[in-house]
Write a protein that binds this ligand. Structure first.
Ligand SMILES: *[C@@H]1O[C@H](CO)[C@@H](O)[C@H](O)[C@H]1NC(C)=O
Ligand SMILES: *[C@@H]1O[C@H](CO)[C@@H](O)[C@H](O)[C@H]1NC(C)=O
Length: 155
């Protein structure tokens, strides 16, 4: 009886846990540094070559959206280094976007945002620089995982 109740309870809770992950995959030769920024700034994360940073997609009560700010220097968020911002907003849909400030840290390398659901659009910067003047906000269902690959092989 106890077991049956537990199984039913977790089945009922399951829909609340549908949101996917945001992943930053470092395929570059050097470490990158990132901060997940919503209403407050998260701790610096060092992502070594060949490893991933993963966070559960979430909504921030103060800022709404989240920006994962990525630099190639250790103190990059605070010293004005070029920054790639992998941004998302989780509401009834998942919105995601990529943009650079203070320069293009991955210029000459390929950046790809790949949603795990095939019908949602990728974002790809073949030369590490946004090719269009306007930002390209894409959307997907909230259970998708979105992976930004730094220094990807190709778009
Ligand atoms: C990093 O994430 C990508 C995409 O989800 C996955 O294919 C790869 O296996 C992950 N790498 C590691 C080291 O976990
Ligand atoms: C998202 O990633 C998790 C963990 O890797 C996996 O279990 C899940 O199936 C993925 N979701 C989709 C929609 O691809």
């Amino acid at each position: 009886m106890y077991i049956i109740t537990t199984v039913l309870a977790s089945a009922a809770l399951a829909p609340l846990a549908l949101a996917g992950n945001a992943v930053v995959e470092n395929a570059c030769a050097d470490p990158v540094y990132l901060w997940s920024v919503g209403g407050s700034v998260g701790e610096r994360q060092t992502v070594d070559p060949g490893t991933n940073y993963t966070e559960a997609l979430h909504y921030d009560d103060i800022s709404g959206g989240i920006a994962i700010k990525i630099t190639r220097s250790e103190d990059g968020l605070y010293d004005g280094s070029p920054q790639t911002n992998f941004q998302y907003s989780l509401t009834d849909f998942l919105y995601y976007d990529l943009f650079d400030v203070y320069g293009d840290p991955f210029s000459g390398h390929t950046l790809v945002v790949n949603p795990s659901i095939d019908t949602c659009n990728k974002i790809c910067w073949g030369e590490g620089i946004r090719a269009t003047a306007t930002s390209q906000t894409e959307s997907c269902s909230t259970d998708a995982n979105i992976t930004l690959t730094l220094c990807a092989d190709s778009c």
